[in-house]
Design a protein around this ligand. Structure first.
Ligand code: PNS
Length: 175
């Protein structure tokens, strides 16, 4: 007999550069599914993010404050090792379209091979958010387009400040 943990802790990992309404939709739904949900930013020295880890943590904290069982963190190294350290048994990921599936399947199978006791749970993105990505949001605002409704209002303010400071159209980052 396999004993189930009394408290199911899930990690929602990602770059969150910045958090979008698609991420937020997943956080809200995930918060109802698990006892605790840890939204965790990967510290990745290889990527040049638009926002520092500290800025992304601040933005995440602001928007998840309404969910009492959601916390925000950051990690480096192997996701499954970090999850085990945090006592998590679930990795939460979102799938927007079939194009996401291949990458998610690959990661889920690799993570399962590394630590079979940790399960990946993929949730389908809400249809209203299935086209939103951090990369596209940055591209659109960088080229002077309207991003209202795609990111939380506090994140939109920060994006505007960042792109106004840099000059519209001058900084378009990858995801
Ligand atoms: O927001 P992203 O870029 O889709 O998130 C990708 C992330 C952070 C989930 C993934 O890159 C990751 O888990 N990185 C940690 C390194 C790791 O564990 N790699 C091996 C397992 S696939």
């Amino acid at each position: 007999m396999v004993l189930k943990p009394a408290t199911v802790i899930a990690i929602y990992p990602g770059s969150f550069d910045p958090i979008t309404n698609g991420h937020l939709d997943l956080i809200e739904r995930g918060s109802k599914l698990f006892h605790r949900l840890i939204v965790s930013i990967l510290r990745n020295d290889k990527k040049e993010p638009l926002f520092s880890v500290e800025e992304r943590l601040e933005m995440l904290r602001e928007v998840v404050a309404v969910y009492p069982n959601v916390e925000v963190d950051h990690f480096a190294g192997l996701l499954v090792d970090y999850a085990a350290e945090r006592g998590a048994t679930v990795l939460l990921r979102g799938i927007r379209a079939i194009s996401d599936y291949e990458k998610e399947l690959q990661m889920a199978l690799m993570n399962r091979r590394l630590r079979p006791e940790i399960e990946t749970v993929c949730m389908m993105s809400g249809e209203a958010y299935s086209f939103i990505s951090s990369r596209l949001v940055k591209e659109v605002i960088g080229l002077g387009g309207n991003i209202s409704g795609l990111v939380p209002p506090s994140v939109e303010v920060r994006l505007r400040k960042r792109f106004n400071a840099a000059g519209a159209g001058s900084r378009v980052h990858s995801k």
